[in-house]
Design a protein around this ligand. Structure first.
Ligand code: NDP
Length: 359
């Protein structure tokens, strides 16, 4: 059995394959690991929107579901065996299985010399996530995390407003990301801790990444409270937390699966102004941004594009040696570290320092 604790590619042959992959141009063949909803709703289209990119295969634990999924999405091949799938001539994998599978599947793909775009949370533990990122570095393959919100026109605009000083010195951020989990997703997320269920691994990671994106710093300490309100069975379906940033900025976040009518929001409050962004913690290019300063208030326009198409575009460019992915592997480790600290605080009642595992 492979020892995944060794963050290195196991054979010279695979390492050579990885290096040649790194030189490849951006017309990539993709293997989907996981016959998932997110791939079906967004990622297959986002991959196909890139010039010359093709979805070659899908992996499912069920031959029947894999075949049906492949047929529905016009994917040439369906596999139930990961090694067989990885033995095909594909350049990159997109991993969107349930969370406990991300680590072993990513390690196998890295070992096979494939670029890896992995769903959040990267793994069940920060240690595993770091092992994945280090193994990819050692193999010379591109590894990225599918945090979509950094790609939203709304968040790119909010970042611009902060960077250009429109709110002055940032003092506080408030994130409203408590939604009602749609019935078709009320499966492993609400009743299976072994598969990485719960709102903390599902949504806190996105909020951590978005806050890090805007402030260019990593949360230092957190305090949190969680509950199982109405959907969660053995996992939390609601959490509120407060994070202390190294600069002194205080962040307040609310994530939930059971709140039907709140909508989402992201507020940035600074010495010279406040940003009120509504409905911007979503998968769609929607929402509105209002900037309030001493001169009054204004609605701020932002660009309208598909978040996932932009993310995959940047990832494909990075695989071809141009630029970096929107959210790297290290970004995925850090968002997971914040979520782990939130969970620890919520279950212990203590104020918890975020442990980034030295990455
Ligand atoms: P799904 O529940 O749709 O898929 C996860 C796995 O469940 C699939 O790999 C599949 O297994 C199995 N599965 C799917 N449909 C069925 C079914 N009808 N019966 C039995 N099993 C089924 O999960 P999501 O697409 O919602 O999430 C997948 C991953 O993507 C998670 O890690 C999640 O955190 C992440 N995600 C990220 C988002 C983002 O914006 N970045 C948004 C949504 C999810 P198999 O492959 O073996 O067939």
């Amino acid at each position: 059995m492979t020892n995944w604790n060794v963050p290195a590619i196991s054979s010279a042959k695979n390492l050579e394959r990885s290096k040649s992959r790194r030189k490849r141009v951006s017309a990539m063949q993709w293997a989907l690991i996981g016959a998932s909803t997110i791939a079906s709703q967004f990622m297959i289209d986002a991959i196909r929107a890139q010039a010359g990119n093709r979805v070659a295969s899908v992996l499912s634990s069920s031959a029947e579901r894999g075949k049906a999924y492949a047929g529905e999405h016009d994917i040439p091949e369906a596999f139930t065996d990961l090694d067989e799938q990885l033995a095909q001539d594909v350049d990159a994998v997109y991993i969107s299985t349930t969370n406990e599978k991300h680590f072993p599947q990513a390690m196998a793909a890295i070992e096979a010399g494939k670029h890896v775009l992995c769903e959040k949370p990267l793994a069940m533990t920060v240690e595993d996530a770091i092992t994945m990122v280090r193994a990819a570095e050692a193999a010379g393959v591109q590894f990225a995390t599918n945090h979509h919100l950094r790609n939203a026109g709304s968040h790119l605009k909010i970042k611009d407003l902060i960077a250009s000083g429109r709110v002055g010195k940032v003092q506080a951020i408030r994130v409203a990301h408590a939604v009602y989990l749609p019935p078709h997703l009320q499966g492993w997320r609400i009743d299976n801790p072994e598969a990485g269920g719960g709102v903390i691994p599902d949504i806190v990671v996105h909020d951590a990444d978005t806050v890090r994106f805007h402030l260019d710093e990593d949360p230092a300490e957190v305090m949190a409270m969680e509950r199982a309100d109405s959907l969660g069975q053995g996992v939390e379906d609601s959490v509120m937390s407060v994070w202390q940033m190294p600069s002194g900025v205080t962040v307040q976040t609310h994530e939930g699966f059971t709140i039907r009518h709140a909508g989402t929001g992201f507020e940035v409050h600074g010495t010279e102004g406040s940003i009120f962004a509504r409905n911007v913690m979503t998968q769609q290019s929607i929402g509105e941004i209002r900037l309030v300063t001493e001169s009054g208030q204004e609605t701020v326009p932002f660009s309208d594009h598909n978040l996932y198409t932009r993310a995959v575009g940047l990832y494909v460019d990075a695989c071809a040696g141009k630029g970096t992915p929107a959210a790297t592997g290290v970004d995925g480790v850090k968002s997971l570290a914040v979520a782990a600290a939130v969970k620890k605080s919520a279950t212990s009642g203590a104020r918890v320092a975020v442990d980034y595992g030295g990455i």
